[in-house]
Design a protein around this ligand. Structure first.
Ligand SMILES: O=C(O)CCC(=O)C(=O)O
Ligand SMILES: [Fe+2]
Length: 356
């Protein structure tokens, strides 16, 4: 990537600060109570779960972010995908571009993503968890046609595909268990969210952030909120992820914890919970010496889901803060605009906010 192209340069107010505040406050949650049960069908019956549910509820409310340990995802599967990702990104650009993402095939390699219209200092490889993934053919609300998202796999390294597919199944289990705990923390049945994910549109991204000659001007990923339900993120030991603290708006660095996952609430949970939980802004700093890798799993509902505040969580005194929106139309809108540097902001949930 060489010298910094002006496309990467953040406006002064969004540039990273020289002083880094490391997160003491971001909760670290031990999930062993749910993983030590022989039959996990009905975890809500167990006493140990109560404390855990309370912890998850507070973390979602106070931070929108937390880390989990003893999560049940086999370390060997994580190591396999991490090693294969390193090999994939180490190849020449022409090789990687053979499986380039475009407007039709949204899975694959991509190195020109923009967040809030500034280019990110990164390259990515995306794959969908469900193959094929059914989605609307266009963002037009009148257009009822559907299409399929399919994956593109590189020739090299050949082990990337099986590593990705196995990893997806493991992390999906963790993501759904967490949705169960979040449901309980909202006073809902543990399986309340399950049906939304039957035909999920979830995808996994392999992120590679190369060393950057101007880490004070550019960002690996500009400030943003995740649009899906829940993100389960594996970061390596380099660090760079920053979360905007709800109490004072300071950017706080999430300290890498070996073999932990970082979990964050996405916009869909913000809407479902009628803002009991909020999706929190985050960004990624790059540095001039070390490359960094991360792997987010974006748990997302079926395309035909009408996202709206849950009836159980709204009433006359607490009316719905959002109008229903089609998840499929929302994501196809986003995917299309990802390919253009727009003069306006991307589609956001506040466009569906009920005015007070
Ligand atoms: O690399 C990271 O730590 C986070 C990446 C991220 O926020 C995203 O891809 O949405
Ligand atoms: Fe994100």
């Amino acid at each position: 990537m060489g010298e910094v192209d002006p496309a990467f340069i953040q406006d002064p107010e969004h540039r990273p600060k020289l002083s880094i505040i490391e997160a003491e406050g971001i909760p670290l949650i031990d999930l062993s109570p749910i993983n030590s049960i022989p039959t996990p069908d009905s975890i809500s019956e167990l006493k140990a779960i109560e404390g855990l549910v309370r912890e998850i509820g507070s973390a979602c409310k106070d931070w929108g972010f937390f880390q989990v340990i003893n999560h049940g995802v086999a370390l060997a599967k994580r190591e396999k995908i991490e090693t294969a990702a390193r090999k994939f990104f180490a190849q020449p650009l022409e090789e990687k571009r053979k499986i380039r993402r475009d407007e039709k095939i949204v899975a694959g390699y991509y190195d020109t993503e923009h967040t809030k219209n500034v280019r990110d200092w990164k390259e990515v490889f995306d794959f969908v968890v469900e193959e094929p993934t059914l989605v609307p053919a266009s963002p037009d609300p009148e257009d009822k046609e559907e299409t399929q998202w399919i994956n593109q796999w590189p020739e090299n390294p050949p082990e990337l595909r099986p590593a990705c597919e196995e990893y997806a199944r493991e992390v999906e289990k963790l993501a759904l268990k967490l949705m169960g705990l979040i449901a309980l923390s909202l006073g809902l049945p543990e399986d309340r969210f399950n049906s939304y994910f039957k035909d999920q549109t979830s995808f996994i991204r392999l992120n590679h952030y190369p060393p950057c000659p101007s880490p004070r001007l550019a960002l690996g990923v500009g400030r943003h909120k995740d649009g899906g339900a829940l993100t389960v993120l594996a970061q390596d030991d380099v660090g760079g992820l920053e979360v905007k603290r709800k109490t004072d708006g300071e950017w706080i660095r999430v300290k890498p914890t070996p073999n932990a996952y970082i979990i964050n609430v996405g916009d869909v949970i913000q809407v479902w919970s009628n803002e009991r939980y909020e999706s929190v802004e985050h960004r990624v700093m790059v540095n001039s010496e070390k490359e960094r890798f991360s792997i987010p799993f974006f748990l997302s509902p079926a395309h035909y889901t009408q996202v709206k505040p849950l009836e159980e969580l709204t009433n006359e005194r607490n009316p719905a803060k959002y109008k229903p929106y089609s998840w499929g139309k929302f994501i196809t809108h986003r995917k299309l605009s990802n390919f253009k540097k727009l003069s306006t902001e991307n589609i956001q949930i506040y466009h569906f906010k009920v005015s007070e």
